[in-house]
Ligand binder design. Structure first.
Ligand code: ZN
Length: 261
């Protein structure tokens, strides 16, 4: 069985970039999970470097890659710059061979076919921004063929909307190219999941889930904080109560003493 390791960039204390109140780490996780879901539908094993909002070192992401030995590795990110900057980029190793280069071109071709608001060439690049001979850590240290995808700019309203509204379509696009790469025939599968009767309905359910996932995570965190605050308040109430009881018994003693005098 083919295996793909998907890496949602950042997480935990590392928010990544932020745009319009949305954190990159949350969007990366939603996108990574969507890609994993699409690959699993095709019978490809998909492993994630993180399943939730937790901090994870780059070195640990690579350690997992060394352990899992996947057929390929994809790191999901979003760019940040001035509000006018827009478009996707795929980064591969500075010395990536033709096999990896062509795979990245194929992924970009599928992503472009979905249609993304852009004001610059959506491209595949070698190396690191402004430094073609340097590399992103995840491209430099991985053993398997790897790429880092910047799914548009989180600082651009249109790009962010695309990411939120069309996550499933972009995930499908990546899955199609990955399937070709690992030699699995891509099929339009109708999943018998969530009571959906066809692929269109399933995509709609997935899109809604993806859209609200980051919001849900935020709410969950807030609820946990509220619960902790309530527990503290309850503990304080118990303390206050025992203080009151003490004060009452002291008062009673004083009254007794004054009467005795
Ligand atoms: Zn990032």
């Amino acid at each position: 069985m083919s295996k793909v390791l998907i890496d949602p960039g950042h997480g935990g204390i590392d928010d990544g970039a932020t745009g319009f109140g949305i954190k990159e780490k949350d969007r990366n996780l939603v996108m990574a999970k969507a890609i994993a879901r699409e690959l699993r539908l095709q019978g490809v094993q998909a492993v994630l470097t993180r399943e939730d909002d937790k901090s994870i070192l780059l070195a640990d992401r690579i350690a997992l890659e060394h352990k899992e030995k996947p057929d390929c590795f994809i790191s999901c990110h979003m760019d940040a710059a001035a509000e006018t900057a827009s478009g996707m980029t795929i980064w591969v190793h500075s010395k990536a061979d033709n096999v990896i280069w062509n795979w990245a071109q194929d992924v970009m071709k599928e992503l472009k076919a979905v249609g993304f608001t852009t004001n610059r060439a959506q491209s595949v690049s070698r190396g690191y921004p402004g430094s073609p001979s340097s590399d992103y850590y995840v491209n430099r240290e991985t053993v398997s063929p790897s790429m880092l995808i910047e799914f548009g700019f989180i600082t651009n309203q249109n790009n962010l909307n695309e990411h939120i509204e069309h996550c499933t379509e972009y995930a499908k696009a990546v899955a199609k190219a990955v399937c070709r790469f690992v030699g699995v025939e891509y099929k339009e599968i109708i999943p018998q999941l969530d009571g959906c009767v066809d692929r269109v309905e399933y995509d709609r359910v997935c899109a809604l889930k993806d859209k609200f996932q980051s919001g849900l995570d935020e709410q969950q965190k807030r609820a946990e904080k509220a619960e902790a605050a309530l527990k503290q308040a309850a503990a304080l109430a118990v303390q206050t109560n025992s203080c009151l009881n003490q004060a009452n018994s002291l008062m009673a003693q004083i009254l007794r003493l004054t009467k005795e005098e």
